[in-house]
Design a binder for this molecule. Structure first.
Ligand code: HEC
Length: 142
């Protein structure tokens, strides 16, 4: 049985090495911190290009923006909130609206239909630049 004990002690020893290794054992690198004052902001984009993206992706099919100089086609019925006046909202909120569905929206009186996110997902084909320019368009023209 002596060899059995030796084997047991060896297995135990190896287990302890693995466990202490997994814990970092004092070899941990210093914790990372974001630089002071850092905040996520959406860069300034180009509103004209953003309008072209709005047209190309047919955002107008569900959203109207009441502004005489925009001349957008009228929504085709699938109702999304009226985006008129969204220019007063922070750019980060506008970009967030495009990245994910909101259960409560900024448009007064608009109630999101329960259990049915009405807006499609764009994340898999919209480029980051298109997102930035769309945000600029909403920020400057809505
Ligand atoms: C099929 C209809 C439809 C299309 C197309 C559509 N949306 Fe929406 N959108 C919605 C609906 C419905 C909501 C309400 C929230 C939700 O269901 O996601 C919404 C919400 C929004 C909001 C407001 C969110 C808030 O919190 O106030 C913005 C901004 C917006 N969409 C921008 C866009 C842009 C930009 C596009 C084009 C890339 C687009 N939408 C295309 C239906 C649509």
């Amino acid at each position: 049985m002596r060899n059995g004990w030796k084997a047991a002690i060896l297995v135990f020893g190896i287990a302890m090495i693995i466990v202490s290794g997994a814990g970092g054992g004092g070899m941990r690198p210093a914790s990372r911190k974001v630089p002071e004052g850092w905040k996520f902001t959406v860069p300034r984009g180009d509103a004209e290009t953003g309008k072209a993206v709005f047209m190309m992706m047919e955002c107008y099919a569900c959203h109207k923006i009441q502004s005489s100089d925009l001349k957008l086609p009228l929504p085709s019925g699938t109702d999304g909130p009226d985006l008129t006046g969204y220019s007063t909202l922070p750019r980060e909120y506008l970009a967030d609206s495009i990245i994910r569905a909101h259960r409560v929206v900024a448009a007064p009186g608009y109630v999101v239909r329960k259990g049915k996110a009405g807006m499609g997902k764009y994340n898999h084909f919209m480029t980051i630049q298109e997102l930035i320019d769309l945000t600029a368009f909403l920020k400057e023209k809505s």
